[in-house]
Design a protein around this ligand. Sequence first.
Ligand SMILES: [Zn+2]
Length: 160
Amino acid sequence: MNSTEIIASFRVYCGNDKFSRFLSKFQRESRTVYKLWHWQAELVDAFVAQSEAVLSAHEVVEALSDGKEFMFACPTPTCEYIVTCLDRATSQWFCGECGVGWETTAALFTAIQEITARYPYRRQCYIINQDTIEPAPRSQYAPDYSELVRTEWDDARDPN
Ligand SMILES: [Zn+2]
């Protein structure tokens, strides 16, 4: 199995909601280092155990972490989680935490541009190039990112 097949198979195994939640809870410590929560490791092990292909848990995690496009900070106000790509072929995006989805990558990028214009501390979550946007590693996020995003509830409650 190549990594695309592994990802597709794992997605079917999990279902969209759990798959998206799994990816959004990936702890991205740097561009290349990922850490799994206990429940995630268990899920990977269970997937490997039932898979007919000969796979190791390490291979599955490698496949899932392959592709920085999985790892955008969610651009929904008050949400500090991660937007994941449900299907690379259709470029459909979803945040398992706030439940907001984007039908295209262009729509996601528009949302990122809007939120970073509104809340400048969110710019550190992205590398914004001329034609495209890349996710920045967690280490580049504002150190008090969670608290900053939480303050967005003030605007959400009182839009004026
Ligand atoms: Zn979200």
